[in-house]
Structures are given as structure tokens and as C-alpha cells.
Design a protein around this ligand. Sequence first.
Ligand code: NAD
Ligand code: ZN
Ligand code: ZN
Length: 402
Amino acid sequence: MKAVSYEGTRKMKVSDHPKPKLKSPTDALLRVTTSGICGSDLHMFDGRTPLDEGTVVGHEIMGVIDEVGDAVSSIKKGDRVVLPFNIACGFCYNCHRGNTHACLTMNPEGASAAYGYAGMGPYAGGQAEFVLVPHADFNCLKLPGTPGDQWEDDFLLLSDVFPTGYHAAELACVSPGKTVAIFGAGPVGLLAAYSSILKGASEVYVVDNIRERLEKAKELGAIPVNFSDGDPVEQIFKLRKKNKGIQQSHRPGEEKLEGVDCAIDAVGYQARDDKNPDKEKQTQALDNVIRVVNPAGAIGLIGVYIAPDPGAKNSDAKRGIFSFPLADLFDKALSLGCGQAPVKRYNEYLRDLIVNGRAKPSQIVSHRIAIEDAPEAYDKFDQRIDGYTKVLIKFGDQKKAA
Ligand SMILES: NC(=O)c1ccc[n+]([C@@H]2O[C@H](COP(=O)([O-])OP(=O)(O)OC[C@H]3O[C@@H](n4cnc5c(N)ncnc54)[C@H](O)[C@@H]3O)[C@@H](O)[C@H]2O)c1
Ligand SMILES: [Zn+2]
Ligand SMILES: [Zn+2]
């Protein structure tokens, strides 16, 4: 089968690999119809994670079941499914409590496992024609329709970025009427904005400096803020002051609420320096979310912070140790949530919003490619050029594949 593998910094290769075989009676084999390239894959591509060369990558996966082990009872050959990027067992302490992003049994090196990802266990990725699915009863989400239909791309986004964006909004305590600022207009930031709007937020600001991505944020109903035009936190304070209706309803003291109730860092540890975007400033987004949130507000850190980081500039950063204004966080009594998204907590509800016509996350998809074009797509997505925002790899003749 054809698959995309990591072959060293900024090198992805498409080549033939053996088709996976069932290893346990609880496994299934999935024939992949669509697989996404994620901003998280770029950390590996950039050499910012330790990863064995030859690893098949890709954790955003959907397709049709090709074969199931003897112990699999709820899905069968021919079923159309999407996989959460987190691989979970379903029976450990954390899985029992819905924390499938911290499954205790699937990764011998820690809590949490994923397909084709550095440090996330020995699982091959799904930017490939076939992928092995452990604990298939627990990890497959059943889908209606047929491959290549009007929902294919929406359903693919249920593997990661739609539930991840939604989780970011949950971590930042977004609820009806609240004000939200999101740093990063990549797929995660855009779908965090979309989720915040679905949850009823009254004002949603999205910060980035990539024109196409800011335009997409506007199309989704958010207010774009370009950090190349000046300090984005100050820009948000100013925009909020222009809102006459809100300003006129302030009681004494509320002039101190210049910022927002909820902030989301959808950038992570490869953030650009606002003042000099050619340079990296690893805590730029983290610093900004702390500044922009009003006292007693909430922060969701959904952009990744990973260690070890072989590409970091100093020994602390290589170990993921950063300085940031903890005293401000404490003084403002902010709450902060972070980590991988527990995709399975949300994916079936979000699927039902899609099926019932109430959500269309595939609005953010910019490119649909054949697997042979994956190396070029990695390169362009990594440089954030030519409008590369969300790239989906398509396999086979989807209409006939049903
Ligand atoms: N926690 C999770 O479960 C989870 C899941 C998926 C992705 N992620 C992470 O989310 C982050 C975003 O990924 P993505 O897929 O959206 O793609 P992405 O990496 O392309 O998005 C990052 C965006 O941030 C922008 N950016 C850089 N510096 C900035 C700054 N100082 N201020 C504002 N914006 C800035 C970039 O221009 C880019 O558009 C990555 O770190 C990724 O690893 C986390
Ligand atoms: Zn991802
Ligand atoms: Zn578990």
C-alpha cells in the first residue's frame, strides 16, 4: 500500500509499505478514504520532535472497514467510520471517566496514544491506504452515507480539528453571550471560533497575520485581527471600546474589563514574534492570552507545547521549560485548561450537528490532493503560503468505493 513517511527534517516521502495485518482479535483494518494533514504534523516535519525515520504519519483518518477481528462486535466490514486521533482502550481509569486523551494502557511511554505521532506509542499513521485500528469497538465512530458524499470532508474533521476546536472553547468556558479572543487562525483556531459561535459567544476575535486565514475567520462570523498591524491585544481592547452598546451599559468599574471573558491559544510552541514575524517567540501566544483575558476569565491552551524539542534555541526550551507571567495569571484569578482534546467526548454530537445541517466545518478545507502530492503540500502548509490552510488526502474512487 502507498503511505506517507517521515524521512528527516522537512522530508516526507510517499512509498510502498506492507498492508497492515490484524494483531489482536479486538483490532480492525480500515481502508482509508480521506486523511488530513494537521498543524501537529508540522512539528514533526520541522524536526521539532524526536521521531524515527520511516514512521508512517497521519492521525486524521476516516474510511471503510475492510476486516474485523473475532472479538469486534459493534462494527463490521463495509461500515463507514471516522477515528478519534487519540487511541484509547475504553477500560482504564481515565477512559472510564471520558478522558480518552489520557488513556493509561495504549502507550507504554506515558498516558495518551495516537496514530503516527512522536511519543504517542507504536502505532502507524493513516496518511496511507490502510490503517490498523486497535480496540475497534471503542475507537470507531459510525457514519451515515457513502464515501465521497457531501459529508466526507466534514466527517474527516471529526477525527481531530472540529472536536479539538470545540474542546478549546470548553476549556475557555465559552457560553452564550461571552466574549472570546483566539490566537491562531489555522484549522484549530478557525474551528475554535466556529465552535464559540455555535456555543453562542457574542464577540469572537481571531488573531493571525496570514491574510487568507483571517478572511476565512471573517467568513465564519469572527472579527479578524492582524498582528502585523500592531499589538493584537491592544487592537482587541480598542475594538471592544468601539462597541457603543456595550460601553453604554457599563456599571462603575467595568471600564476595567477591556479584554474578553475567554481566550484560546491555538498557536503553541512554534509561535511567531508579533513584532518580528520572521522570528520565533515560543511564549508569544501564551503571553497574549494572559494579557487579553479579563479578571476571573478563562484560558484554553490547545496549541501544542511539546518536549523534548530538538530544534529549540536553549536548554530550558529543549525541555519545554518557559518563563511566563504566572503572577498575572494568579492575580487575575484566571482558570487555565490545556492538553490534547478528548475527541470521543464530542465527536458523535458534532457528527449529528453535521448530519442535521447545523454545522459545516469543511468550510475551512483549502486543498484536496492525491497522496503523491503530500510532500509538496507539507512544504506549502508549513510555509503557510498559496492559501494552504487545511489539506485533505483523497484515496481511491470514493463514489464507487462504497
Ligand atoms: N491539543 C490538541 O489536541 C491539538 C490537536 C490538533 C492540533 N493542535 C495544535 O494546534 C496548533 C494549531 O494547529 P493548526 O492545525 O490550526 O495549524 P497551524 O499550525 O497552521 O496554525 C497555527 C497558526 O498560528 C499562527 N500564528 C503564529 N504565530 C502567531 C502569533 N504570535 N499570534 C497569532 N497567530 C500566530 C500561524 O500563522 C498559523 O496560522 C498546533 O500547535 C497544533 O499542534 C492541538
Ligand atoms: Zn492533529
Ligand atoms: Zn484507556
